[in-house]
Write a protein that binds this ligand. Structure first.
Ligand code: GLN
Length: 303
């Protein structure tokens, strides 16, 4: 397969969506991003890496980080986390509070904000530094030692973080946080505000394409754990548009409001596409269009 040509075609499909979404503006640090940017990268399990457009330009990973924090919790602490967070699609926006009350502080899944706060709390207990564990993992898997948290974005998240703080306090009121609420929030913002490129994320997601094995060949997760993460990514990775994402792209994937989407083709490759304009659910219009074009043209999907 000529991946480079396929990525160019996917980029053309993405560029045709220009103007159809809106750049995240819930914090000033993200509102200033150039809406016209686009990049896409593909890393195969055999070590090939391809990219087009701004594929080496760092962007704010935001909720894409939630898949790494979950993987690290499972790697360190086994599956006890599943007593504290569910694995059903929420059908609600990623920052919604509504289900937490009826579900007694047990978030629906690890990929909405409420669930990611619980996962971050667990990672903090297991490693002592949740944000640094995610950064370290991304640096190691991407081979990019310069990858780090953007302090301006992290500070902006904290300053405008009333909703996340409300979620964390509500969860804590049900006894589902072990650490101090402010510390959990600081680490959650710390991993959301990591800046990484499509290249970095495609490489860092490779462990899910390799059924749980890290870039150096060492096992991070069991095959079954990797399968489970991929399953939850498919059903919950793009918030209340996960059905639409599965319909169009047909791959497990995680989106973030920085405009990135990391998708996995188990056994074969990991892909990351980025474009800052978002649809109403908070998913990148260009990245979804590019992944849609790629899987449609190649027939490569989990189905
Ligand atoms: N940091 C963002 C928030 O907490 C992440 C949300 C996202 O990417 N969906 O609101």
């Amino acid at each position: 397969m000529d991946y480079q040509e396929l990525l160019h075609d996917a980029m053309d499909a993405a560029r045709a969506t220009k103007g159809r979404g809106r750049v995240a503006d819930y914090i000033p640090a993200l509102a200033g991003v150039d809406p016209g940017g686009f990049g896409m990268a593909l890393a195969t399990v055999d070590g090939e890496v391809h990219g087009v457009g701004d594929w080496e330009k760092p962007f704010s990973v935001q909720s894409v980080s939630k898949l790494f924090s979950l993987a690290l919790v499972l790697a360190h602490g086994g599956d006890g986390i599943w007593h504290r967070v569910g694995r059903e699609p929420s059908g609600n926006p990623f920052n919604s509070l509504v289900q937490l009350e009826s579900e007694r502080g047990i978030p629906r899944n690890p990929f909405i904000n409420a669930g990611a706060l619980v996962v971050t709390d667990r990672l903090l207990t297991l490693t002592g530094d949740a944000a640094e564990s995610v950064r370290e993992f991304l640096r190691a898997e991407s081979g990019n030692p310069d990858l780090g948290t953007d302090p301006v974005v992290a500070a902006s998240e904290a300053e405008h973080g009333h909703r996340n703080a409300a979620l964390a306090h509500f969860i804590a009121s049900h006894g589902n946080l072990d650490n101090d609420v402010d510390t959990v929030l600081e680490h959650y913002y710390g991993h959301c505000a990591i800046a990484a490129s499509c290249r970095d994320l495609a490489l860092a997601g490779g462990f899910l394409a390799r059924h749980g094995t890290r870039a150096d060949g060492i096992r991070l997760l069991s095959r079954s754990e990797a399968k489970r993460i991929n399953a939850v990514l498919l059903t919950c990775g793009s918030y209340d548009a996960a059905g639409e994402f599965a319909f169009r792209v047909g791959l497990p994937g995680k989106s973030g409001v920085g405009g990135g989407v990391l998708a996995v083709l188990p056994g074969r490759a990991s892909l990351c596409a980025w474009g800052p304009e978002l649809d109403a659910a908070g998913n990148s219009v260009a990245a979804v269009a590019a992944l849609d074009a790629f899987t449609t043209a190649t027939g490569l999907s989990v189905f």
